[in-house]
Structures are given as structure tokens and as C-alpha cells.
Design a protein around this ligand. Structure first.
Ligand code: PBG
Length: 324
């Protein structure tokens, strides 16, 4: 036998020499759920170890993450029912605590990169990402100006990158134009390019109380039977001015991550979503899997598949391991 692959695996030092993938904290984005009020740190029951934070307490959490080397955060608001309506007006209102949180976190930690969520669902009385008309249809073009206003309000608050997660057609160019018209030419767009209608968003919807009141999201989010269609979405988002292309979820869609990575010269992000994390947490709690080994294997797989940016609820734990 001339060729023995095991020779390059025989010690930690040799394995280190040939290691192909390195996932550092630079590539990680940590999601944080925000809630209005004071002194609130409420665990999300279907996503243990993750919380709805009030601004006063989330500042400490951001600081702790920065010390661990995590520099990027994606922020989601939990909105009280009384502020929800059909057109998500609260999303760009002066009274929206989410915008004050962005402002405050940014002024305390200017070095942090803050990413927003642009979609109607947390603010919509229908729980959909777009405007629902009387026939129950999600109206694409009626939704765009709402998303544009939301993105500009977030940019005014100091967001670095807006994250349209709504899957309306044409929203990247609409948002780009809205931002540019308002003078925010440097605010980036991380587009949820290939976002699938997935069963794995459950814990996130629990955290924000944002589940659709009727129907599902299949007329706008992608069908999980499809992969070529993701390339079409990627091409459109690129032409429309996106700065990052995102695939979501991550683990069941590693093939999509790989195909976008090879088709595009834009950075690719992958969102390791709430349900994917919850599965692993639950198996570890039962003692069926070991978190300390299964968690880094999972995040590394997403990076190896081609995701430059890995968004995960495990980001903080991963960064802690790197420091240890
Ligand atoms: C809302 C949005 C969702 C997620 C991110 N932004 C849920 C949905 O589309 O219903 C899911 C993230 C996760 O599950 O961690 N537009």
C-alpha cells in the first residue's frame, strides 16, 4: 500500500497541519431576542439557554460576547399585541423600543456589528411577513414600501446591516433605493436569499409570539423540494444590490449553501435556526448526545459547506470553547 491516508491523522499535531476548515469567532453572528421593559431575562422554553432580554440586561450580554470575540449580533423584537396591526406601523414608529435598543447598543458598543430583521411578522396582527389582504393573500407590492420604511428607521437608529427575511420579490432593490434616498449608502443588506418554508422555525416563533394567525408561509418562502430556484433568487438579490446572500435553515440545506458559494462571489451566510439548535439541545439534555463535541461539529459543518458567516444560537458557547 503506497497511499495510507491514516498517516496524516496519527497525532493532534499532524491533524493540525492538514486541517482544512477553521471556524473562528469572526465568522459568527449571535441572535438576541429583545423585549420592552426593565430587568427582564426570560428564557425561551423551547430554546433553553436563550432569552428575551430587556435593554438594560442585554447590554451586559453584548459586552460578554464581545469579550469572547463575537463581534456581530442579529437582533429580533418581541412586540406586545397592542402594537400589532395589519400594516406593521409600529415597526417604524418613534415609540418602537427595538429602534431605541439599536441606538443604545450601538452607542455603548460602536465596534459591534448590528444586524436587523426586516419583515412584518413581529409587528403584524396577521403574523405574516407581508401585507395580508381581505382575500387572505399576501400582497407583494403593497408590502415593499412598509419594508422600505422599516429599513430606513433601523438605519436611522444606527444599524450596520439590515436583514430582509420576508421573501417578497423585489425587496432588496426597494430597500437599497430607500436607504440610498435617505442617505444611508453605507448601510449593508444581508438578504435572506434562499429562505425555505421550514418546520424548524418553531422556537423562534415562540420567542417572538410571531406565528402566522392563519395559513402558512409557502406562497413566499421557498419550497424545500427545490434547489435550482435558490440560484435564481441569488442572481436577483445580487443584481438588486445585496451585500450578503443567506441560506436558511442551514443543516438541512448544506447543499444549497455549497451551490450558492460556488455560484456567487458575494459572501454567503447561513442561519442555523432555532429548531435546529433545539433538536441538539434536547438530545443533549436527555444524555443522548454530548453538547461539547456535537455543537462544534455542527457549526463547523455549516462553515465547511461554504458559509462564510454562521448565524447560530450556539455562537456564544462556541466562542467560549475557543477561549478555553
Ligand atoms: C421572520 C423570521 C423568522 C426567522 C428569522 N426571521 C421566522 C419565520 O420566518 O417565520 C426564524 C429564525 C429561527 O428559527 O431561528 N421573518
Amino acid at each position: 500500500m503506497l497511499s495510507r491516508p491514516r498517516r496524516n491523522r496519527q497525532s493532534a499535531a499532524i491533524r493540525g497541519l492538514v486541517q482544512e476548515t477553521h471556524l473562528s469567532a469572526n465568522h459568527l453572528v449571535y441572535p438576541l431576542f429583545l423585549v420592552d421593559g426593565n430587568n427582564i431575562k426570560q428564557e425561551v422554553s423551547s430554546l433553553p439557554g436563550n432569552y428575551r432580554w430587556s435593554l438594560d440586561l442585554v447590554l451586559g450580554e453584548v459586552e460578554a460576547c464581545l469579550k469572547l470575540g463575537i463581534q456581530s449580533f442579529i437582533l429580533f423584537p418581541s412586540i406586545e399585541d397592542q402594537y400589532k396591526d395589519k400594516t406593521a406601523t409600529h415597526s417604524y414608529s418613534d415609540q418602537n423600543f427595538y429602534l431605541s435598543c439599536i441606538k443604545e447598543i450601538k452607542s455603548k458598543f460602536p465596534e459591534a456589528c448590528l444586524i436587523s430583521d426586516v419583515a412584518m411578522d413581529p409587528y403584524s396582527s396577521d403574523g405574516h411577513d407581508g401585507y395580508v389582504n381581505d382575500q387572505g393573500e399576501i400582497e407583494n407590492d403593497t408590502t415593499l414600501p412598509i419594508l422600505g420604511k422599516m429599513a430606513v428607521a433601523q438605519a436611522q437608529a444606527g444599524i450596520d446591516i439590515v436583514g430582509p427575511s420576508d421573501m417578497m420579490d423585489g425587496r432588496v432593490s426597494f430597500i437599497r433605493q430607500s436607504l440610498d434616498d435617505a442617505g444611508f449608502t453605507n448601510t449593508g443588506i444581508m438578504s435572506y436569499t434562499a429562505k425555505y418554508a421550514s418546520a424548524f422555525y418553531g422556537p423562534f416563533r415562540d420567542a417572538l409570539d410571531s406565528a402566522p394567525k392563519g395559513g402558512d408561509k409557502k406562497t413566499y418562502q421557498m419550497d424545500y423540494h427545490n434547489s435550482v430556484e435558490a440560484l435564481r433568487e441569488a442572481e436577483l438579490d445580487t443584481l438588486e444590490g445585496a451585500d450578503f446572500l443567506m441560506v436558511k435553515p442551514a443543516l438541512n440545506y448544506l447543499d444549497i449553501i455549497q451551490s450558492l458559494k460556488s455560484a456567487s462571489d458575494l459572501p454567503i451566510a447561513a442561519y442555523h435556526v432555532s429548531g435546529e439548535c433545539a433538536m441538539l439541545i434536547a438530545a443533549c439534555q436527555k444524555g443522548w448526545l454530548d453538547y461539547e463535541t456535537a455543537m462544534p461539529e455542527t457549526l463547523t459543518a455549516i462553515h465547511r459547506a461554504g458559509a462564510d458567516v454562521v448565524i447560530s444560537y450556539f455562537a456564544k458557547d462556541y466562542a467560549k470553547r475557543l477561549k478555553a
